[in-house]
Design a protein around this ligand. Sequence first.
Ligand code: CO
Ligand code: ZN
Length: 328
Amino acid sequence: MKSLLQKLTETFAPSGYEAAIREVIRAEIEPLADEIRVDALGNLIARKGKGGKRIMVAAHMDEIGLIASHIDENGFVRFTTIGGVYPQMLMGARVRFYSGVPGIVYTEPLDKPTDTPAIEKMFIDVGATSRADCPVKVGEVAAFERPFLDLGDRLVAKSMDDRIGCLVAIEALRALKDTPNEVYFVFTTQEEVGTRGAETSAFGIDPDLGFSLDVTSWGDTPGRKHFEMALGKGPAIKIKDGGMLSDPRIIRWMVNTAEAQGIPYQREVLLGGTTDARAMQLVRAGVPVGCISIPCRYVHSPSEMVDYNDVQNAVKLTTALLANPVEW
Ligand code: CO
Ligand code: ZN
């Protein structure tokens, strides 16, 4: 599982450019699913089982990134962001363009060295000396460049948001030998720019219920307050986030299943941010949804950290939910 996670997190796929990660995931799930298709927005949809309740399980394939907006005469690349990328995460960071070109991020001089630079003041240096020899064109996308790090129980990578959700979905599909349900594992596109792939794929699937698999915030490092979630205490069953209230029947289904299986879990109230479940909930005439979250430190930084036990327990919980008739 760790080596697959390394492969998933070291693949570059900012929102809208998910082809590379889609091929990695497709190769992994091809032998496991009953049917696989890709829809018009690039969502990878794998069905397991036939008849029974249609359940959609969404994990997003895309990651946050940068997009070149202007190349100046000296070959420096100006950029804007794809999703929630913050300037303080970018100073000195290494990035890699989808084309393979590496670069480093820095800023124009600041009034005070302790100031946080605005994105407009920052640039990517790809080693070019002029616009003519710059290997990057306007509109090319980049993502953080950072290798996977295995600290034993704690695992660190760029794009843990949400390749860890993709891993949980893949491993649950692998573990799901038989199901009375019609399960659609959807590896979605463009979540980081507003849950766009989940919206169209949910419309196409028209599920009876669903949940997302995504990361959530954390409360267990210095100075963090008002967050319950901690690494190693189990996957979190979402009750509320910044864009969604989980359906109480889904919460009950998840809690009862976790307790019956002896799987540790945490109750999640997230103050800001949301997941693909929000888009699923509001599609067509509405869908009851919830979310299983993996507590993740330093979300949207180049070094996002999860606990391996939480990951394994998320796989167990997801599999147990899907392997049995839905009881809520
Ligand atoms: Co995110
Ligand atoms: Zn996410």
